[in-house]
Write a protein that binds this ligand. Structure first.
Ligand code: NYM
Ligand code: MG
Length: 228
């Protein structure tokens, strides 16, 4: 049951490849927490509703061209424009579930194969954003993903790009200082995955007050300094 004494909410991020089931799982998690009377919000990145988000949407649909650095910074700016409200919600005791966050930001850009866009470079604009208390990585094999239907028409939805994205995600999981990351086998039924997600989220929500105030992403969080 919800504990009215809880001082702050938890920042819970769900990451993974396209077709890993992130949005369905975020929705289910959101409903479960509401059913348990927890104050909860569900947001997603990119947030295509803001002026910056509309530029991102147009780029992803192939309706506009942008320099690789520019689109990268727009994705980050799209997070910065709600950073304060995330902070405020957490302080009000609201648990915020986030569908994609800084990992996607760094990894998708670094996967483009542009030699000027290292993982290190791509991480820099994320420094200072609210740091997730828990990051759930929905892991799915390329074979399992392929069974879930073809790619859409958006940019990045190609086999070669998704393979590079997956490898970069996996390289992040191997890093030290990534205790906040929990890998979930997303190749199973929706109900099984949902059950596996709920447990660590409830555990995290129980522990956030002992963790202290919401932290910020630092240059050393998750990502090693140096070229990728
Ligand atoms: N994406 C998403 C990025 O390249 N950088 C980012 O910072 C974020 C948040 O946008 N293929 C990419 C990953 C996806 C695409 O996201 C659209 P979604 O969740 O499929 O709507
Ligand atoms: Mg997608």
């Amino acid at each position: 049951m919800a504990d009215d004494k809880a001082n702050r909410g938890a920042l819970v991020v769900v990451e993974g490849l396209d077709r890993a089931g992130k949005s369905s799982q975020c929705e289910l998690l959101y409903r479960s927490l509401l059913d348990m009377n927890y104050k909860t919000k569900y947001i997603r990145f990119p947030d295509r509703s803001t002026p910056i988000g509309k530029q991102i949407d147009s780029y992803l649909r192939g309706q506009s061209q942008l320099d690789d650095h520019s689109i990268h910074l727009l994705f980050s700016a799209n997070r910065w424009e709600v950073a304060q409200s995330i902070h405020d919600d957490i302080n009000k005791g609201i648990t915020v579930i986030v569908d994609r966050y800084s990992f996607s930001g760094a990894v998708y850009t670094a996967a483009k194969g542009n030699p000027n866009l290292s993982l290190h470079w791509a991480w820099q604009p994320e420094v200072g954003l609210p740091r997730p208390d828990l990051c759930l990585f929905l892991s799915i094999s390329p074979e399992e993903a392929a069974k879930r239907g073809g790619y859409g028409v958006e940019r990045y939805e190609t086999d070669s790009m998704q393979t590079r994205v997956r490898n970069l995600f996996l390289s992040l999981l191997d890093l030290p200082h990534n205790d906040e990351i929990c890998v979930i086998d997303a190749g199973r039924s929706v109900a099984e995955v949902a059950q596996d997600i709920l447990e660590p989220v409830l555990e995290c929500m129980k522990n956030v007050d002992s963790i202290g105030p919401l932290k910020k992403l630092g240059p050393w969080s998750f990502i090693p300094i140096g070229d990728n």
